[in-house]
Design a protein around this ligand. Structure first.
Ligand SMILES: *[C@@H]1O[C@H](CO)[C@@H](O)[C@H](O)[C@H]1NC(C)=O
Ligand SMILES: *[C@@H]1O[C@H](CO)[C@@H](O)[C@H](O)[C@H]1NC(C)=O
Ligand SMILES: *[C@@H]1O[C@H](CO)[C@@H](O)[C@H](O)[C@H]1NC(C)=O
Ligand SMILES: *[C@@H]1O[C@H](CO)[C@@H](O)[C@H](O)[C@H]1NC(C)=O
Ligand SMILES: *[C@@H]1O[C@H](CO)[C@@H](O)[C@H](O)[C@H]1NC(C)=O
Ligand SMILES: *[C@@H]1O[C@H](CO)[C@@H](O)[C@H](O)[C@H]1NC(C)=O
Ligand SMILES: CC(=O)N[C@H]1CO[C@H](CO)[C@@H](O)[C@@H]1O
Length: 334
């Protein structure tokens, strides 16, 4: 008895399931189909923003360069600078227009390409702001915007790009404002390049959260305040340069914990107090530049433990005392 009841129920359930599967498939197919046309629309929108600001007749470079970005060419994976994955369907995963002499601005429409892993618009003539909408590229692993004419502040929203490994936006001399403290959330960041902009404010203590960071490149800005001891938590750091800023206070002795560091350049700031002897623990250090600060006192003897040092500049400070004789036996310095 019970089996004759459950049987039609089972059949009904199966039919329902089949219908569901069919429906999902139809809608998923349509979505995939749409996504190609949608991606084409988005890229054409992005192309519109790549226009020269001074609309002199003689500058149609962008149109020539991206002439294959066209509705007449529906295979967007063949478009200049575009790279795709082919399975399960064509998905735009990379956009590289580095060094293409592109003018104009960065369209917020780029934020509508959620599968994008790599975006490289470096070494162009792009101006205007970095669109906060880029923070919607939740899969993004690398963002290269360096060597342009971008202006305004760095959008703090970029701190939500949790998959980001490389962020290079330096050499944009009109980029102002602080380094967003939200960058402390970029847990996968390996490289942060912000040199040669006009950034102000402090180095955020939150950068101490970046446990995979290897390269922190902050030189040639207008950064102020102390070097946060928190950076000593970035235990995989290889390169730290913050030369040519307005950093003050003492060099934190905690930095000595950065035992993988190869390069430390803090030249041309207003750092004061004594050079911490703890820097002698950075056994991998090859380059140490502290020139042009207000460091005083003796040269700490433990610096002579830095047997890998090839380049040492402590000049233009207020150092006293003797140069430890042991430096003479550091062959690499000769
Ligand atoms: C983009 O292309 C240039 C050469 O055209 C290359 O040097 C650069 O590494 C590429 N960017 C990325 C993120 O692969
Ligand atoms: C991200 O996308 C959502 C949905 O499209 C939009 O509402 C939001 O404004 C976008 N974020 C930014 C910072 O533009
Ligand atoms: C630092 O990282 C922790 C998790 O590792 C996270 O909860 C916290 O919000 C981060 N803080 C900042 C300021 O980024
Ligand atoms: C990093 O180091 C500082 C002191 O050097 C410490 O106060 C802090 O709790 C550590 N953690 C983080 C995530 O910055
Ligand atoms: C420091 O400043 C001097 C003088 O302005 C300059 O020659 C030198 O290149 C600067 N060095 C660094 C590492 O910033
Ligand atoms: C560092 O400079 C700021 C102003 O930029 C000042 O308020 C602060 O007292 C200075 N700190 C030290 C230790 O000199
Ligand atoms: C949102 C969207 O673009 N929807 C379109 C998906 O594709 C079908 C048929 O190709 C169109 O009718 C929809 O308007």
């Amino acid at each position: 008895m019970s089996s004759s009841y459950s049987s039609p129920l089972l059949v009904n359930l199966l039919i329902l399931l089949l219908l569901l599967v069919l429906l999902t498939c139809v809608s998923c197919h349509q979505q995939l189909h749409n996504s190609t046309t949608t991606q084409i629309q988005i890229l054409l929108e992005v192309k519109k923003s790549f226009h020269p600001h001074n609309n002199n007749n003689n500058n149609n470079n962008n149109n020539l360069l991206l002439r294959d970005w066209s509705q007449d060419n529906p295979n967007l994976c063949t478009w200049t600078g575009v790279s795709c994955t082919t399975t399960p369907t064509a998905q735009l995963v990379g956009l590289n227009l580095s060094g293409c002499s592109i003018k104009g601005s960065i369209s917020p429409a780029l934020g509508l390409l959620p599968n994008l892993l790599h975006l490289d618009l470096s070494s162009n003539h792009l101006s205007g702001p970095i669109p906060p909408a880029l923070s919607n590229l939740s899969s993004l692993e690398s963002l290269f915007l360096f060597s342009n004419q971008l202006s305004g502040p760095i959008p703090p929203q970029l701190g939500s790009l949790h998959n980001l490994q490389v962020l290079r936006i330096g050499d944009n001399p009109l980029l102002t404002g602080p380094i967003p403290s939200s960058f402390g959330n970029l847990q996968n960041l390996v490289t942060l390049g912000l040199a040669s902009c006009a950034l102000t404010g402090p180095i955020p203590t939150q950068l101490g959260n970046l446990s995979l960071l290897q390269n922190l490149v902050l030189q040639d800005n207008r950064l102020q305040g102390p070097i946060p001891p928190h950076l000593s938590n970035c235990s995989t750091l290889l390169v730290f340069t913050a030369a040519l800023n307005q950093l003050n206070g003492s060099i934190p002795s905690q930095l000595g914990a950065l035992t993988h560091l190869h390069l430390l350049n803090l030249a041309n700031n207003t750092l004061s107090e004594e050079i911490p002897p703890h820097l002698g623990h950075m056994s991998q250090l090859q380059y140490l530049n502290l020139l042009g600060n207000q460091l005083r006192g003796p040269i700490p003897k433990p610096l002579t433990y830095l047997i890998n040092l090839q380049n040492l500049d402590l000049s233009a400070n207020i150092l006293t005392g003797e140069i430890p004789g042991e430096f003479g036996s550091m062959g690499q310095l000769l």
